[in-house]
Write a new protein. Structure first.
Lengths: 474, 68
């Protein structure tokens, strides 16, 4: 009798396509915060091909921030298209949205998504229909008979939006990641594996893990945290790597009777690796010879003959394009000294300001501005910052080179009011080296300073700064 | 936005990266920025993190000098 029952049970299981005690493996190759490291993509292509040869149902995933960090990508004619093309050819299966995916606005993001051969999964984003932005909250993948439900989410900053320029996210509704994720618990019933593709950062992933018992694995990004393979937190497996493709993670989930019973993960070095996919290399080389870099933004009518003239032009760009009253920047941020008459190209602008520093807006009183400039002087090799919207008289102790007096004058020649608050733009490096006790710590305007310079030159058409002097040492 | 670097609370602008937290920390302590390249940055769990990681993703970081 017992034998008959066991036999009947086995026959029933076989009829359902499930074999008792059957083990299956799901292989995942995951990257995060690639930040347009296009030089590493041929190596990533090689690694993906190699793993796919061993595991044909390999899932290749990105946890967001695929772009922003390499001008060849970010300033392409269709901004950030090169990374999309490279991810298509490597065979990515899905990405989530990182905060930087919004860097070229809703229209730019919608265009990139439409060009992607892989879905964009992000549950806490609801774009306005007018953008025709194809973001799905989740998707179920069939990986050789294993049903994998993937749901994505992006981190929200202090203003309740991802950390990008606020203008880039108007008309998009964002919701709390945890509350939103809980709406997708039904995936547990429908899938063998539930994967959360997270751009929330490691700390948030660990905090959330106790509230997501229905999830098997978090493939994380945002905080650029280098884990050794993966880690278990509150029963949930979490992976993440440093940014710009230092490493990727190969995760193996073992399933028995449709349940995950084992999790293993290893890091695979990408940056600096030798073997490459030659087709991906060819595409990277093509994107690297981008003629858009030699586009002339403005004509230089009189030659730039010293650092201060170029620094003045940069500060004018911050002030004008940042719609500020005043601007200043550290002298060390001006990377060449002369520029002859002729065309000022995109490449010239990126060589002048190559650091990808963000433009920072501060509300400062005249006194707070002087305090910041003094700190900047002390911490930037005792060079006085370049300025716009003002002129400066400063006095230096000849023995110690310490600043003894700073007086600021407005464009009308009158002294700036020390109590009045001004809107000031500078770069993120200058803010970091100029720590003072001030009311406003500042906020990023979501653009790099090189972009402000390029916008300024393009809007001006012609520039002439020969003999322009604004800082006077006594 | 505030972040603890070792035991010091650093106030940063919105959108700052870990690099800016370190620069602020070093300049406040009157240490040369040359040390920036010699520091190893880790989160509270001891994981290595990048200088260009968003500062907002952390409540605390720890600095140690890299072993030569």
């Amino acid at each position: 009798m017992m034998k008959k029952l066991v036999l009947a049970s086995l026959m029933l299981l076989a009829g359902l396509g499930v074999q008792a005690g059957e083990k299956k493996e799901l292989h995942i190759l995951s990257a995060n915060d690639m930040h347009a490291a296009i030089e590493c993509m041929p190596r990533l292509g090689f690694v993906a091909d190699s793993l796919r040869a061993l595991y044909p149902n390999l899932l290749v995933l990105s946890a967001g921030d695929n772009r922003s960090g390499e001008p060849l990508n970010d300033m392409y004619e269709i901004p950030a298209y090169p990374m999309v093309a490279l991810m298509n050819i490597i065979g990515f299966d899905a990405t989530t949205l990182g905060n930087h995916e919004f860097d070229s606005g809703q229209e730019g993001l919608a265009k990139l998504i439409s060009m992607s051969a892989f879905p964009t999964l992000c549950a806490n984003v609801q774009p306005d229909a007018k953008w025709n932005m194809h973001v799905k909250p989740y998707q179920v993948f069939d990986c050789g008979g294993i049903k994998v439900g993937i749901v994505g989410a992006v981190a929200l900053g202090a203003m309740g939006i991802p950390e990008s320029h606020p203008m880039n996210t108007t008309d998009i509704k964002f919701t709390d990641p945890l509350e939103t994720l809980q709406q997708y618990q039904f995936l547990r019933k429908e899938c063998d594996v539930v994967l959360f593709l997270s751009h929330l950062g490691f700390e948030s992933d660990v905090k959330l893990s106790k509230d997501l018992p229905w999830v098997d694995i978090i493939v994380g990004g945002h905080s650029h945290t280098q884990l050794k393979g993966g880690e278990m937190h509150n029963g949930l497996f979490i992976t993440q790597n440093k940014n710009r493709l230092a490493c990727v993670t190969h995760t193996t989930l073992t399933l028995e009777d449709g349940k995950v019973v084992d999790r293993q993960a290893e890091n695979i070095a990408i940056r600096g690796g030798k073997n490459e996919n030659k087709v991906v290399r060819g595409l990277v080389d093509y994107f690297s010879q981008n003629p858009a870099f030699y586009r002339v933004l403005a004509q230089v009518d009189t030659p730039f003959e010293c650092y201060e003239e170029l620094g003045n032009m940069m500060c004018d760009a911050y002030k004008v394009e940042g719609h500020a009253d005043l601007s200043f920047q550290n002298p060390g941020g001006v990377r060449y000294e002369t520029k002859p008459v002729g065309g000022f190209t995109v490449a010239d602008a990126l060589r002048l300001d190559p650091f990808q520093n963000e433009a920072i807006e501060l509300q400062l009183t005249g006194k707070e501005l002087i305090d910041m400039m003094k700190k900047c002087y002390d911490n930037d090799n005792q060079g006085f910052p370049y300025v716009s919207g003002m002129k400066v008289d400063y006095t230096v102790d000849p023995a110690t080179k310490a600043l003894t007096k700073v007086v600021l004058y407005g464009e009308d020649g009158k002294k700036l009011n020390l109590k009045k608050t001004y809107k000031v733009i500078t770069n993120s490096y200058t803010v970091a080296i100029s720590a003072t006790n001030r009311k406003d710590p500042g906020k990023g305007i979501g653009k790099i300073t090189a972009q402000l310079i390029m916008d300024y030159l393009e809007h001006q058409g012609h520039v002439s700064y020969q003999g322009s002097r604004r800082i006077f040492r006594h | 936005m505030k972040l603890k670097v070792n035991r010091t609370t650093i106030e940063l602008f919105e959108g700052a990266e870990i690099r800016h937290a370190l620069i602020t920390y070093l300049t406040r302590r009157r240490m040369s920025l040359k040390f920036l390249e010699q520091l190893e940055v880790r989160d509270v769990w001891g994981h290595e993190i990048d200088l260009d990681a968003p500062a907002s993703a952390f409540t605390q970081i720890r600095l140690t000098f890299k072993e030569q």
